[in-house]
Design a protein around this ligand. Sequence first.
Ligand code: CTP
Length: 410
Amino acid sequence: MVLKDRSIVLGVTGGIAAYKAAALCSHLVQAGAVVDVILTDAAREFVAPLTFQALTHRPVITDMFALLAETEIGHVTLARRAELIIIAPLTANTLAKLAVGLADNMLTCTVLAATAPLLLAPAMESHMWINPLTQDNLTRLCAQRDVTVIGPKEGRLASGASGVGRMAEPEEILDAAQWVLARRGPLAERRVVVTAGGTREPLDPIRFLGNRSSGQMGYALARAARDRGARVTLITTTGQPPPFGVEWVAVETAEEMGEAVLGRLPETDLLLMAAAVADYRPAAVAEHKIKKSEAERTVTLVRTIDILSQVAERRRADQVIVGFAAETEDLIVHAQDKLRRKKLDLIVANDARQAMGAAENQVVLLSADGRVEQLPLLPKEEVAHRILDRVMDLLPGPPADPAPGKRPLG
Ligand code: CTP
């Protein structure tokens, strides 16, 4: 959605990862972006312009001195039109040129002439990457312009050696592009906290009491809020990496999740409490693995913290708090009760048996003003956007702190 009809220049420089730029190009086009590809001479040694032309249905720019192309899509036109310039892969050589403002080919000319943000996906041998000259070049470029860097990652390199230098995967670069273009969205500067997954309450060093929550709904909400420009923190029990630009806080137990949520509450504009939090935990955690015996075993459980009840006691009126109710009977009655008890602005109610672990969800939205909205069965990504559509009406005025967020390096 974020990339639809956005004008993106994809610069490809000469490294073995250039073949992956074709996959990135395809993703961008499928997401609805209008993509102009510039290949450097070195890139053409690795991939053919025809590949990109077939993917974008647009001419691919290679030659700075092709007069016909210059009149139609010269570097000035491209520079003016581009909303984002992605360079993937970015070689040490092109990085060095950009850092000193060289303009010796269509790509470097376009970057120098443009004011659009840059998204860079470096890829090179480890020693080239860690060379202080390369690092200085990157620092210098980042100081001058709106630059987001993704990668390079650790892994197998073209030389056969392992180390830092692999280009980020096309899907990760796509995700980062969405973040860059979403920053000025309707939730810009709003601080959103999302919880995801099921908590795990340990019994011994290797066993826990848990539940079937996969965390998908929470991740979908984090991504949807990010795609509207929010500064998102994802407090999660799953090990899955967060969407690009989202702060990630790994927790395991209800206690840890409570601490993470309550600690951030004063700076939170919107809390989306999608996690399935355990209501009980074993009273004692065995130091060593519990050994079996023939006798029956009873585990004593004690109550955990009810995070939303604690939030209800401390929250301000200008904060929006959204809870979730996963029920197996009397959905609306239980959800309305939780909405009141936990002083929520909105509760998202669903049938736990249908929703947990599934890619789709059918929910009812109940708000404090008595409004009840039944949504059809939808992919969780779409449910997340519908929830945010409702939240947009509930959020008061402009955000409390208009200071721009620090840009993460992926
Ligand atoms: N929740 C919470 N802390 C808990 C349990 C739940 O903050 N210890 C939150 C959940 O994240 C969810 C909402 O409260 O947003 C409702 O959770 P649910 O488990 O459905 O309700 P409970 O309050 O636990 O009530 P019950 O177990 O009686 O259904």
